[in-house]
Write a protein that binds this ligand. Structure first.
Ligand code: PLP
Length: 361
C-alpha cells in the first residue's frame, strides 16, 4: 500500500507512555525518532550538502557504502525519489522496466517512471511477489528497432504488497547473473532490505552484492524520521547525484536528518527481529479468528496481510471499526488488510490489536 495515511485522523504522541495511545499498524513509516535520534539531530554537525560540506551526511553516505560493500552512497529524501533516480540512471526515454505487478515502483510511485523517466513498466505477477529468471526472460524485448527496448529489471526485497516476503538469495542472484549476461542492469528496491537480512541471517552486503544499484529506506523499520539511501558504484552515484539535484532533491544543512539516519543504520538492524516476532505472533492470533484467513508460516518479516472475506465485512468497514478501538490499519483491497509491525508497537500493543480484531470479527 502507499505509505500514506488512509485514515488521517490520528496524530498520536509517542507510544509507550500513555496506555490510550493508538496501536498504529498502518506502516513502519509511522515510527517516531527515538530520544537518542532527537539528541543526535539537535547536536548534529552540519554544512551545505549541495557543496558536499555536510560532515554528518558524508559520514552517513560513507557508512552506508561500507555496510553494503560498495564504492559510494547517496542520501535521498524519499525511497520513491531513490527508485526514480536509479531508473533515470539506467534507462532512456522509450525504454521498458521489468518489475513485479504489485511492486512499489509500479503501484505507488505515481507512474513516475513514465511521467518523468519516460519508461514503460513491463510487469508480470509472481507467487509471493518473488520473480524468477523464467518469469523475466519472456518479457525482454527482442533487439529490433521497432520494439521498445528493455533497459532495466527491478526487484523488491522484501516485497511489500506480497506481505513482506523475502527473496531466496540464490533466486535473486540467478536473476542478476542472467540479466548481466543479457547486458541488463538490475536495481533493487530494498526499502526493507534490512528486514530481509534479519530474516535470512545474511548481511545486506551479501544479499545485494550482485545488484547494480540498491535503494533502502532509513524511514521505515530503521526508525529515522526521513530519508533513504542509494548505494552502488562511484560512477552510478555520480550520475545519481546529478538526477537528485534535477528532481529538486539537493538539500542544504541536512545533517540534522542524516544524524537520525546514522543511528537507525547502526542500531536498528539488531532489534528488527522483534518486529518479525511480533508479526508472526499477530498472524498466529489472526489465524485463530473465525472468518480471517492468513498463513502465519508465510509471515517472514514485519508485514501481515490477511483476508477477511469470511467475516462478511469489507476491509474498509473493518478498519473503521478498528480505528474506533484505537487500532490503525489500512486496507490493501476490498477484503484484505495490511498490518506492519515496528519498534513503536510492543507485544502488549499486538495483544490490544488482537483483542479488537476478535471483537469485530
Ligand atoms: C516505502 C517504500 C518505498 C519508498 O517510499 P517513500 O515513501 O517514497 O520513502 C519504496 N519501495 C517500497 C517497497 C516501499 O515500501
Amino acid at each position: 500500500m502507499p505509505e500514506v495515511s488512509a485514515t488521517k485522523t490520528l496524530s498520536e504522541p509517542h507510544k509507550g507512555t500513555t496506555t490510550d495511545a493508538a496501536v498504529d499498524l498502518r506502516s513502519d513509516t509511522v515510527t517516531k525518532p527515538t530520544p537518542e535520534m532527537r539528541r543526535a539531530m539537535a547536536e548534529a554537525e552540519v554544512g551545505d550538502d549541495v557543496y558536499g560540506e555536510d560532515p554528518t551526511v558524508n559520514k552517513l553516505q560513507a557508512g552506508a557504502a561500507e555496510i553494503f560493500g560498495r564504492e559510494a552512497a547517496l542520501f535521498v529524501p524519499t525511497g520513491s525519489m531513490g527508485n526514480l533516480i536509479a531508473i533515470k540512471v539506467w534507462t532512456h526515454h522509450g525504454n521498458e522496466v521489468i518489475c513485479e505487478e504489485r511492486g512499489h515502483i509500479n503501484q505507488y510511485e505515481l507512474a513516475s517512471m513514465s511521467a518523468i523517466a519516460g519508461c514503460m513498466p513491463r510487469t508480470t505477477s509472481a507467487l509471493d511477489g518473488i520473480l524468477t529468471w523464467d518469469l523475466i526472460e519472456p518479457l525482454i524485448r527482442p533487439k529490433v528497432y521497432y520494439r521498445a527496448q528493455t533497459a532495466l529489471i527491478s526487484l523488491e526485497n522484501t516485497h511489500n504488497m506480497a506481505g513482506g516476503t523475502v527473496y531466496p538469495p540464490e533466486v535473486a542472484e540467478d536473476i542478476c547473473e542472467h540479466a548481466h549476461a543479457a547486458w541488463l542492469p538490475v536495481h533493487l528496491d530494498g526499502a526493507r532490505i534490512f528486514n530481509a537480512s534479519v530474516a535470512l541471517g545474511r548481511s545486506v552486503a551479501a544479499l545485494t552484492r550482485k545488484f547494480d544499484s540498491v535503494m533502502f529506506c532509513l524511514s521505515k523499520g530503521l526508525g529515522a524520521p526521513v530519508g533513504s539511501m542509494l548505494v552502488g558504484s562511484r560512477e552510478f552515484i555520480e550520475k545519481a547525484h546529478v538526477y537528485r539535484k534535477l528532481f529538486g532533491g539537493g538539500m542544504r544543512q541536512v545533517g540534522v536528518l542524516a544524524a537520525a539516519g546514522l543511528i537507525g543504520l547502526e542500531k536498528s538492524p539488531q532489534i528488527l527481529h522483534r518486529d518479525h516476532e511480533n508479526a508472526r505472533y499477530l498472524a498466529e492470533g489472526l489465524a485463530a479468528i473465525p472468518g480471517i484467513a492468513v498463513d502465519p508460516r508465510k509471515v517472514q518479516t514485519n508485514i501481515v496481510i490477511f483476508d477477511l472475506r469470511g467475516t462478511g465485512r469489507t476491509a474498509a468497514e473493518f478498519c473503521a471499526e478498528l480505528a474506533k478501538r484505537k487500532v490503525l490499519a489500512g486496507p490493501t483491497d476490498k477484503y484484505c488488510i495490511r498490518m506492519v509491525t515496528h519498534y513503536d508497537v510492543d507485544r502488549a500493543g499486538i495483544d490490544r490489536a488482537l483483542t479488537a480484531l476478535r471483537e469485530i470479527a
